[in-house]
Design a binder for this molecule. Sequence first.
Ligand code: SF4
Length: 339
Amino acid sequence: MQELIDWFQSLEPLPWQNDRDPYKVYILEIMSQQTTLSVMMKRYPSWISTFPSIDSIAAASEEDVLLAWEGLGYYQRARNIYTIAKFIKEHGFPEPNLSSWLQLPGVGRYTAAAILSRAYNKPYLAVDVNVKRIIMRIFGVSSYDQGLEEKFIALLGKNLFDKYSSDMNQGLIRLGQSLCKKKEIICKECPLMKICKSAGNISCLNVSTKKTIERRDKYLVIISFNEYIYIEKIESGVGKNMYRLPLVDYELWQTFLLEPGASLLSKRKHSYTKYCDYLYPLYIEIKEMELLQRFDNITKHLIACNKKKLHERPFLSSYRIIIDELLGGGGKDLFLEDQ
Ligand code: SF4
């Protein structure tokens, strides 16, 4: 399908499109799996200016890496980037084949194939959920099996794919973002139209399925004493090794409402995956040491952080927004993708 290559090459190129550096391609792949193109446009250059090479990540701390990833969500990916950087610094990049790249933490079949095709032009088909959808539509089937991939490569032209796998893989990704979307198809502009069994058939559009949303109420107590604010390090789970504003149970939070210097901040709503969190931040400004001692039971588990240094620590974005609002911080460009 020379048409797919021609179509891809006719598009406005993305700024990083022709970069073959395996480190940069790796970051691009990991970052693009969870963000939109407009987010990538801002965050990818900023990441590369903070960490221009794998060595610069290996020389940093995990906290620095989490801070640079802040707001992008899926923080395990940032932790994996850090682990992989340390590994590559010591052992070098893996051999350019699937089995070697699949040894790296967090690198699955899709990521490995995408990196190998873009950085080394190896003929692997990179199949994410969007490419899967295109392949199923091409064959007019409602369920996917891996056997379709070989047939699809044959349709694209095996020789052509061997030579231009990078352009073809990237072309398929752009196709899934623009013409062959989940809920919309623009077949008359599609370079694959002549081999597609679903061309012009809107019944292939996915019917939307309603997600069950789980509401969670979270009660925050922000204790401020002089130039310090008390924060909490997250020991496990989603934001492991990042920070948040302290959470307390509802009963305790209610008793704090009556404290002198307590003021209720605006309620915040934060949705991600199947969760909808409602955050109720209570700010307590304490001016005297004797009053601070009343909170010993809580503060003994917390970290007193200078307000001016809060931007140096990685926070889950819902908390960062509250901090920025409270302290009038410049605010990072956050995208509320925490997971
Ligand atoms: S012809 Fe239509 S349905 Fe088929 S791949 Fe192209 S946009 Fe998707």
